[in-house]
Design a protein around this ligand. Structure first.
Ligand code: NAD
Length: 331
């Protein structure tokens, strides 16, 4: 008999999370909270495999794909709780067919990603990373700085995907005195456009207008490959691309080509292969700001995500309605 949070039927919960001290501490907390239930930690797909036959709940992140084969190997699995907003790493069609419920945690790292976008937009405008690297290597980088550093005030920003993160980016960029255009499949109501100081443009009209383009779309069959070679080269010459959304929105090989002449630079948080191989051409370019899929994992965001995951798993255990359901299962 379980006498703690989470109802009366003991369940096996497996969390697939990247190895870190923070995660170890969170899993210890979850174990204490869910005592009476079994809570296992797997840090990658190989460690997850032996748990698949009897796992009932999986806590999953974008770092480990949950494929059809993995879901098929889990006959007792009823619930996948994604620790974050992007659910593209889960084979949602397979989950639907197998009757497995999938839920996300939305909004927990919205502000963190938006702050990251402001940081890298300023870094790209100023040439911060190359100037720092030159000085750290013993060169006085003032001439480089003077040739490259520009103000963000007066520039044009394009936000592609005006959802939770896109809107927080717009709000944070407003005081910088930028002109902001946006594109979304669902335009904002006029009052919201006015309060955020943004103007709607179709994607192909927005691209040639903007000094900075930042992507905030989910990865779906419609958005995959949206930024192919043609669209990258349709961006303004010297413009900057920021991608904190998903790598597959952009043709990575075409981006590398565009960065060697057409574009001024790019800030990339997400890669087609994570981590990217050491000889990946993006790692060699001088005009990029690279981060390890970490725009949304500040200390505060991790705490908010962990709370969202715990609350939803408790709801599931207790048979209460779930938040942020993506696939309603039948198991
Ligand atoms: P959201 O759902 O609030 O916003 C997405 C917006 O995209 C919506 O306004 C939607 O209408 C629009 N959209 C969807 N399909 C479209 C299409 N085909 N064409 C045009 N617009 C379309 O999501 P969010 O919370 O703002 O997050 C956006 C994405 O950012 C997530 O899906 C996730 O992949 C990514 N993300 C990355 C990190 C990170 O650490 N790098 C963290 C959080 C989120």
């Amino acid at each position: 008999m379980v006498n703690t949070y989470g109802g009366g039927v003991p369940m096996k919960v497996v969390a697939i999370l990247p190895p870190s001290e923070q995660v170890q501490a969170q899993v210890a907390m979850v174990r204490a909270l869910f005592s009476g239930h079994t809570v296992e930690l797997a840090t990658n797909a190989a460690e997850l495999e032996p748990h698949l036959p009897d796992a009932e709940v999986l806590i999953s992140t974008a770092f480990t794909p949950l494929t059809r084969a993995m879901l098929q190997a889990a006959p007792r699995l009823r619930f996948v709780q994604v620790a974050g907003v992007g659910v593209d790493h889960v084979d949602l069609d397979a989950a639907r067919e197998l009757g497995i419920t999938v839920a996300a945690v939305t909004g927990a790292n919205t502000v963190s990603v938006a702050e990251h976008v402001v940081m890298v937009a300023l870094a790209l405008m100023r040439g911060l990373v190359p100037a720092h690297n030159q000085l750290a290597q013993g060169q006085w980088s003032l001439p480089y700085w003077m040739a490259h550093a520009r103000d963000i005030q007066g520039k044009t920003l394009g936000i592609v995907g005006m959802g939770r993160i896109g809107r927080e980016v717009a709000a944070r960029m407003l005081p910088f005195g930028v002109t902001t255009f946006y594109y979304d499949i669902q335009p904002l109501p006029p009052e919201q456009e006015e309060s955020l100081g943004v103007t709607y443009l179709e994607l192909d009209a927005l691209l040639p207008e903007c000094d900075i383009v930042t992507l905030h779309l989910p990865l779906t069959p419609e958005t995959r490959g949206l930024f192919g070679r043609e669209r990258l080269f349709a961006m303004k010459r010297g413009a900057f691309l920021i991608n904190t959304a998903r790598a597959e929105l952009v043709d990575e090989a075409a981006l590398v080509e565009a960065l060697q002449g057409h574009l001024g630079g790019a800030a990339i948080d997400v890669f087609a292969q994570e981590p990217p191989p050491p000889d990946h051409p993006l790692l060699r370019l001088p005009n990029v700001v690279l981060t390890p899929h970490g725009a949304g994992v500040t200390q505060e965001a991790q705490q908010r995500i962990a709370q969202g995951v715990i609350q939803n798993v408790l709801r599931f255990m207790e048979g209460r309605p779930l938040a942020d359901v993506v696939v309603q299962g039948t198991r």
